[in-house]
Design a protein around this ligand. Structure first.
Ligand code: PXP
Length: 236
């Protein structure tokens, strides 16, 4: 199982003072040195955490794989095609949301997504779609010509009670299996933490987990290196 560390919230803390620290670039270097498999960041349209120069600097220093989470807004697509991350993960984006709230609806937005996928791929960027673990969405992802999907684990992370937990895990297992059978690489993420990650890490067919908030939160107390080490130990 691979680990992608989302470093957005290092920039969130920086933006609380709008000065240079803490620096997400330094965070990426520490995560890579500690053994993560990719660095994830989200250049939001409102630039609430990661900004354009962070992205350019990340492109310069990331040695593993740079995975840019992004909306389908034309401005962001153009930036992606200039900066050339290794991978782009298309996510839905609403200005007033606290974090990405659900997967992309590939059925409703298929025309625009198809265009963006083609543009990014023509620039040599691998494309992943962040979707809810649902059959229709997974089948549509394959039709849209992407190499991978990221299953939204938010419902699993939020659910209360053993029965509901089992049900959400089953849904993730089935979805990962379907994705794999359709020839897609399957990743997963959102809301994963030190308590709930192990069972998801054991699901056959999921290749990478993308985790941000819980790692950066733990890092406040134990340091980023220790926080990443502990997550790696849980999922590898
Ligand atoms: N994957 C995607 C597509 C996301 O949008 C996010 C949140 O930015 C994450 C993973 C990481 O979620 P969390 O911060 O809850 O670990």
């Amino acid at each position: 199982m691979q680990l992608g560390v989302n470093i957005d919230h290092v920039a969130t803390l920086r933006q609380a003072r709008k000065i240079g620290i803490p620096d997400p670039i330094q965070a990426a270097e520490i995560c890579e040195r500690t053994g993560c498999d990719s660095i994830v960041c989200h250049l939001r349209e409102d630039r609430r955490h990661i900004n354009d120069s962070d992205l350019i600097n990340l492109r310069r220093i990331v040695k593993t794989r740079l995975n840019l989470e992004m909306s389908c807004a034309q401005e962001i697509v153009e930036i992606a095609c200039k900066v050339l991350p290794d991978q782009a993960t298309l996510v839905p984006e609403r200005r007033e949301e606290i974090t990405t709230e659900g997967g992309l609806n590939l059925v409703d937005h298929q025309n625009r997504i198809k265009e963006v996928v083609a543009t990014l791929r023509s620039c040599g960027i691998r494309v992943s779609l962040f979707i809810d673990p649902e059959t229709t969405q997974i089948e549509m992802a394959q039709q849209l010509g992407v190499q991978s999907i990221e299953l939204h684990t938010g419902k699993y992370a939020d659910c209360k009670g053993e029965d509901e937990l089992k049900r959400q895990l089953e849904i993730l297992k089935k979805s990962a299996g379907l994705g794999q059978r359709l020839g897609l690489k399957v990743f997963a993420g959102h809301g994963l933490n030190y308590e709930n990650v192990k069972t998801v890490a054991q699901i056959q067919g999921i290749e990478e987990l993308n985790i941000g908030h819980s790692i950066i939160s733990r890092a406040v107390f134990v340091g980023l290196e220790n926080a990443v080490k502990k997550m790696l130990a849980l999922i590898k």
